[in-house]
Design a protein around this ligand. Structure first.
Ligand code: URA
Length: 435
């Protein structure tokens, strides 16, 4: 086989065989297929797409390219949750304890934040003592004892995806549905859970800018998960503005803890609703029950405090100081902070999620490069969101940073993310569809 012929075939829109895809991916991993040929192939896929058969083949080849997590000890109880990435997205911190209170076991390795999106492990590491690196034995035994364990990536899961993703990132080929689907699903399949719930975002802060694209991606991933023997469901959700009031690390832990403690302000309502829907999907798959029943069970577990108990049990099992959860506000205000005031009278008609995420990164809450160190106190707190009315000079948001010199540039950036109008914009649902 020759890479040239495979690229030529894809360029002409002729479907590739599994053998051809495997030959190309293996060659790319061992260095015999150079970056320039793989880049040409990726661009051909971007324009010509892939059939479902090709996408499943690519997914399975990437799944099998490295280590796998064995969660078979948990049988049908294991449930994974994945988000395609958003700003202020702390749903895992809320949905996973709710699902665990209903019998799901979530044993997962989570990503770190890069660019304008945050990562669950970074947020968890803002809790003093939280251990994001555990041995394989600790990982499994904590999952068995508490139903929840979340660590950073370890081992060598899906190296083919890692190498391909890095190339896609610099060749403008990230936003291709078959490439995103195979990238996400290869990792989910290698991660071993019997049940998979995907939160597929659409909107200004997401990879997929519109509902139609998100639905196409979600349907494809659900089909692929099911064809690989995993119960899979997707929730298509709105990422047109940051989720909840908090964007950052410690501040997102604070918001999640408040919701679990039954303290949910108006700005956090969409976050609570999405977390409940995700937890309900996890419980529905694990228990084999209908969505409506699972949703009311999830609500009960949140309202009667069982989810909060699970959350504390998990954080404490993983070495985290649960007293910190009640001290988070004091911790945050030890940073310097400033308020962003509304420049005019009017309704907020949009808060661009991507720009808000970048403003949080400027404050120190995110990374521009993989090895940048995060400022756990840095972040944003929104007092008002889309649809709220503000008077000129009224506080819209608070910005935190351990470095006072960063506040003013971040405030200007955040202001550029907000648009105002004289009329109230139509409401948008947080959940568009469940598949
Ligand atoms: N997340 C992934 O893991 N892969 C993609 O291609 C896009 C989002």
């Amino acid at each position: 086989m020759r890479a040239y012929d495979i690229i030529e075939k894809k360029k002409r829109g002729i479907p590739l065989s599994r053998e051809e895809i495997k030959w190309l991916v293996d060659g790319f991993l061992d260095g015999t297929v150079p970056d320039y040929q793989m880049s040409a192939f990726l661009m051909a896929v971007y324009f010509r797409s892939m059939t479902e058969e090709e996408t499943v083949a690519l997914t399975e080849i990437m799944r099998d390219s490295g280590d796998k997590v064995d969660l078979s000890a948990f049988g049908k109880r294991s449930a994974d949750k994945h988000s395609t990435g958003g700003v202020g997205d702390k749903t895992s911190l809320i949905a996973v304890p709710i699902a665990a209170a209903l019998g799901a076991v979530t044993a997962k390795m989570s990503g770190r934040g890069l660019g304008h999106t945050g990562g669950t492990v970074d947020k968890l590491e803002s809790i003093p003592g939280y251990r994001s690196s555990l041995s394989a034995e600790e990982f499994l035994s904590q999952a068995e004892r508490t139903g929840i364990v979340i660590t950073g990536q370890s081992g060598d899961l899906t190296p083919a995806d890692k190498k391909l993703y890095a190339l896609r990132d610099v060749t403008a080929t990230v936003d291709s549905i078959p490439l995103i689907a195979s990238s996400i699903m290869s990792k989910k399949l290698a991660s071993g859970a019997a049940n998979i719930v995907l939160d597929v975002k659409y909107g200004s802060g997401a990879f997929m800018k519109d509902k139609e694209g998100a639905e196409a991606l979600a349907s494809l991933m659900v089909k692929m998960g099911q064809s690989c023997g995993r119960a899979t469901s997707a929730v298509i959700s709105n990422m047109n503005e940051p989720l909840g009031y908090a964007v950052g690390n410690a501040i997102e832990i604070k918001e999640a803890y408040e919701i679990l403690s039954g303290k949910c302000g108006k700005v956090s309502e969409p976050l609570k609703e999405l977390s409940l829907v995700l937890a309900a999907r996890m419980a529905a798959l694990v228990k084999g029950i209908e969505s409506e029943e699972a949703y009311s069970l999830a609500r009960e577990a949140l309202e009667d405090g069982r989810a909060l108990l699970k959350f504390k049990e998990w954080i404490s099992a993983q070495g985290g100081d649960t007293d910190f959860l009640d001290r988070a506000e004091e911790y945050l205000v030890e940073a310097s902070y400033t308020e962003l005031l509304s420049p005019a009278d009017g309704y907020i008609c949009a808060i661009d999620a991507e720009t808000a995420g970048k403003a949080a990164a400027v404050l120190g809450a995110g990374r521009a490069k993989k090895d940048d160190v995060i400022d756990m106190r840095a972040g944003l707190e929104f007092f008002k969101k889309r649809g709220d009315r503000l008077k000129k000079g009224e506080p819209l948001a608070r910005l935190f940073s351990s470095e006072p010199s960063k506040l003013s540039a971040a405030a200007d950036m955040l202001l550029s993310a907000v648009s105002f109008s004289d009329t109230r914009p139509a409401d948008e649902d947080i959940v568009y569809k469940v598949i």
